[in-house]
Design a protein around this ligand. Structure first.
Ligand code: AHG
Ligand code: MN
Ligand code: MN
Ligand code: MN
Length: 337
């Protein structure tokens, strides 16, 4: 028998959230119920992603494009419906914003709650047909005082979020979440249907050796961006170049950056002046998590979490990861701005 202790005191995400809740006397338990709804959504999407090819769930949905002008995949639509139903029926949400809905969703009276959830139901969906890791990204705001739910509850800087997280669907389902007091990672044990704490207190290394960006856009980068990535590939004598890793699913690229360190970026360029990634349900939750893990996230000239979205699908450029690497980015951008 290996000396590995057989644990009979498993820490599930639900238990961890309840422990957190007990630290706040005024906590009503609403957030625990809301996070259970999100867990249900993630478990449901995880099984559908795993069976996608068997159930012919791959490929395009064949409907209209979403607000961002993207062809919706079948799994984009199914995942979106799963989350909307789970969040609405939790009775803890008043406003939802989804990548796949042009307008914000306002929950009807009787089912409204004190939270607003912004989410990307299926991130990296261009990779789904190739079986590459995809994920769900979410952020949670508390509704503003006396609000019954309006778009002003979510057109707020990311620093006002109370929870941020993602679930990555790969060889296992990995949930990474922050309630504003550090970052923890959980792995779904399919046999009991629970997310088990496997990565307590994730801390991103202060500097990494990996950069993650779509080099196919290099022709369109501005001078600051070009100079920064050049400095990683052609370092001064005696220093080794960084390695390049780019999966094309933000969840997977950020997950690796969180664990290994380094820099992930979707910069603005001549083709897309605000970059590609959407503030509310991609940049803000990932920036929140990276900061909570000791890293940083910048647009190049401004802290991502201080940016205020003009509309629910607004985009912003992002460089996130190890704090020393992000500081290098800002030093170069400072020269040009
Ligand atoms: P989504 O699948 O939710 O639309 O997001 C895709 C995003 C993000 O996951 C990834 O970082 C980025 O698109 C990749 O874009 P490129 O293929 O242009 O590099
Ligand atoms: Mn999309
Ligand atoms: Mn996405
Ligand atoms: Mn998506």
């Amino acid at each position: 028998m290996s000396d590995e202790k057989f644990t009979t005191d498993i820490i599930t995400l639900t238990r961890h959230v309840l422990d957190e809740q007990r630290k706040h006397k005024e906590a009503s338990g609403d957030l625990s119920i809301l996070l259970n709804a999100i867990q249900l959504g993630c478990k449901f999407v995880a099984t559908n992603v795993r069976k996608a090819r068997l159930l012919n769930l791959i490929g395009l949905a064949g409907g209209a494009q979403n607000f961002s002008g993207e062809e919706q995949k079948k799994l984009d639509v199914i995942s979106n419906d799963i989350f909307i139903n789970a969040l609405r029926s939790s009775g803890k949400v008043s406003v939802m914003v989804s990548e796949e809905n042009d307008e914000a969703i306002f929950v009807e009276e009787g089912l409204r709650g004190k939270y607003c959830v912004v989410f990307d139901p299926l991130d990296g969906s261009s990779n789904i047909d190739a079986g590459v890791n995809v994920g769900t990204i979410f952020g949670i705001y508390r509704v503003l005082k006396d609000s019954v739910g309006s778009v002003s509850d979510v057109l707020r800087p990311g620093r006002e979020m109370v929870v941020a997280g993602y679930c990555m669907y790969g060889s296992s389902a990995n949930m990474v979440i922050s309630l504003g007091d550090g970052v923890n990672g959980y792995t779904l044990d399919n046999s009991i249907g629970e997310f088990i704490l496997t990565h307590p207190n994730i801390q991103i290394p202060p500097r990494g050796k990996i950069y993650s960006v779509n080099e196919g856009n290099a022709k369109y980068w501005d001078e600051a961006c070009t100079e920064y990535f050049h400095s990683l590939k052609f370092p001064p004598e005696g220093k080794s170049p960084y390695s390049a890793r780019y999966i094309g699913s933000m969840v997977a690229d950020v997950h690796r950056t969180l664990l290994y360190g380094g820099i992930f970026s979707y910069p603005s360029d001549k083709k897309s002046k605000n970059g590609k990634l959407r503030m509310l349900y991609e940049c803000f939750p990932m920036a929140f998590l990276v900061e909570q893990a000791g890293g940083r996230a910048t647009t190049g000239t401004k802290r991502v979490l201080d940016v205020i979205p003009e509309s629910i699908h607004s985009r912003c450029p992002i460089f996130l990861g190890s704090k020393d690497d992000v500081e290098d980015v800002e030093k170069i951008f400072h020269k040009y701005n």
